[in-house]
Design a protein around this ligand. Structure first.
Ligand code: SF4
Length: 164
């Protein structure tokens, strides 16, 4: 499936990047749901569609202050059902963490002695000391999704009332 995903991303991605095409169909030797997920990931990566949680993470290295790869892996599974568009940065240390967090709805930067920094809307919000990183991020993402949906519903209601 990895090979198919790479081939589809290069083939379809270059066309979409050039502004060609209105619909996308990814074919993989995998479950159909996986083809849809890959299609949406391509559109998200190109900035053409915003659906669900877009996780921006670092590749991780010896400086990471928690296991970035396992955290992102678990997080992607836990928030895969959320369709509300939002960006979340999951970064291993302060080298890139604060910078990425500035551009995302929720940011997480690994800190020394298991004392990590959480950002909301680009600014430092609170610290997570000795907590479960995945559980904490899932709770923050679900809360943010509920807030965005509530604001959207209130906005739609305002427009409906104004049109009456
Ligand atoms: S942000 Fe930190 S942990 Fe992540 S790759 Fe860069 S230096 Fe390594």
């Amino acid at each position: 499936m990895r090979t198919g995903t790479v081939k589809s991303s290069i083939g379809l991605g270059s066309l979409l990047w050039a502004g060609i095409g209105d619909t996308v169909r990814v074919s993989l030797s995998a479950e159909p749901e996986e083809e849809v997920r890959v299609g949406f990931e391509m559109l998200k990566a190109l900035g053409l569609r915003h659906r669900g949680v877009n996780i921006i993470s670092c590749p991780s290295c010896a400086r990471q202050q928690y296991d970035v790869i396992r955290t992102v892996e678990a997080l992607e599974k836990r928030v895969g059902h959320i369709t509300t568009p939002m960006t979340v940065s999951v970064i291993g240390c302060v080298v890139n963490g604060p910078g990425e967090a500035r551009e995302t709805d929720i940011g997480f930067t690994g800190g020394g002695a298991n004392n990590h920094q959480v950002y909301v809307a680009g600014v430092p919000h609170h610290r997570l000391k000795d907590g479960n990183v995945v559980d904490h991020l899932v709770a923050l993402i679900e809360k943010k999704a509920a807030e965005i949906e509530a604001a959207k519903a209130a906005d739609e209601q305002r427009h409906r009332t104004a049109a009456e």
